[in-house]
Design a protein around this ligand. Structure first.
Ligand code: ATP
Length: 358
């Protein structure tokens, strides 16, 4: 396993910049996920490590080696794609052992390695079969075994679970992560599925239009998003346009339609200076009777538009201003008390909100 480093790496296609200057350190043994919407530059970033494309500027390192300009087969990488890309005319054993045979390993050494890998991916006994005789999930486990057979320095995976149905995808997320941990291999993983990213990663790099907007653990990008895009992309969020904040007594103070709002100040947080939005997660909000006196919490009054039962929570939409609604996750037991048209107040703790540049 090796660390991977981007130093001011840029990728341009003609006049279009697919990857803006990127400085990134991926640690040895780390599972880093590139997450973002279609076209944001995830695959471009991965392909720069693979060597299928070269940076227009800057460099990519695997370990301490500058691999810029070095072809893929000489980089010591393993790759897994969405479509498995197994060789249909080869048995599972031949598929997994392919790279080992190419480099001239002995038949005995290949067999031992293949059997170890089949054990690792929990597919003992299928070595004689052909890919078409395995399920999608099993084929993808074979693809992983094949990708790591030659003990690469880095494992690259591009939407590897994209072709599987939801239930299988969820169990494969855990399996893939366990395999990666067992091998201790540095892994870069591409997905546009935020739940998948949160389930699997040590760190998530959230990308938007060729820019890595934030890199952090699942908790960091969810609880402390640093940009409006990240806040909006990860999980459900209420974004309320508010007054420009001022800093007083360890809090930021802002306002919405004449109501004062306090916001906890996380260390190192820079307050917006042009236009501000307040972000609050639906599960951080409470609904209380309209005449409740605020006590150490922020409070906005509004009117229930609709309350929808969605299983584990009730999604309550409350209108708090002209064309401004917010969504609150309430406990299902409160459903009988929540009717469309009711005047209510919405409360939250100052530290539950965060201020972002609009
Ligand atoms: P998806 O989730 O849809 O695969 P992505 O985030 O992986 O998207 P990339 O494949 O990295 O996105 O593409 C980033 C941008 O670069 C896109 O706008 C894409 O159209 C553009 N792009 C990619 N390859 C080329 C190319 N060979 N020539 C021109 N533009 C390209």
């Amino acid at each position: 396993m090796s660390k991977v480093t981007f130093r001011k790496a840029v990728k341009r296609y003609g006049t279009f910049t697919a990857l803006q200057p990127l400085d990134l350190n991926i640690r040895e043994g780390e599972f880093l996920t590139l997450l973002g919407p279609s076209g944001c530059g995830k695959t471009t970033t991965l392909r720069l490590v693979a060597g299928f494309i070269q940076p227009s500027e800057g460099d990519v390192y695997i370990g301490d080696e500058n691999v810029t300009g070095i072809p893929p087969q000489k980089r010591g990488i393993g790759m897994v794609f969405q479509d498995y890309a197994l060789f249909p005319h080869m048995t599972i054993e031949e598929n997994i052992g392919f790279a080992l045979k190419e480099r001239g390993d002995s038949a005995g050494a290949i067999r031992t390695r293949v059997w170890d890998l089949l054990e690792l991916v929990e597919l003992q006994g299928v070595q004689e079969r052909y890919p078409s005789e395995l399920s999608g999930g099993q084929q993808q486990r074979v693809a992983v075994a094949r990708a790591v057979a030659h003990t690469p320095r880095v494992l690259l995976m591009d939407e590897p679970l994209g072709a599987l149905d939801l239930k299988l995808r969820e169990s494969m997320q855990i399996e893939l992560r366990n395999i990666q941990k067992n091998l201790g291999i540095t892994t870069i993983y591409v997905t546009h599925d935020q739940i998948e990213a949160m389930n699997m990663s040590d760190r998530i790099a959230v990308m938007n239009q060729g820019v890595m907007e934030q890199i952090g653990s699942a908790e960091e990008v969810y609880d402390k998003p640093t940009t409006k895009f990240v806040a909006d992309f990860i999980g459900q969020i209420n974004l309320i346009p508010v007054d420009l904040p001022e800093q007083t007594n360890g809090h930021a103070v802002t306002g919405y339609m004449g109501s004062e709002i306090k916001v906890g100040l996380a260390p190192g947080r820079i307050l917006p200076t042009k236009r501000a939005v307040l972000g609050i997660r639906p599960e951080q909000l409470d609904i209380v009777p309209a005449d409740t006196m605020p006590n150490g919490v922020n409070q906005l009054s509004g009117r229930i538009v609709v309350a929808r039962f969605v299983g584990n929570v009730i999604k309550v939409e409350v209108e708090i201003g002209p064309e401004q609604t917010i969504v609150i996750d309430s406990h299902p037991s409160l459903m009988p008390q929540l009717s469309g048209g009711d005047e209510v107040a919405v409360t939250w703790k100052p530290e539950a909100g965060f201020l972002l540049e609009d």
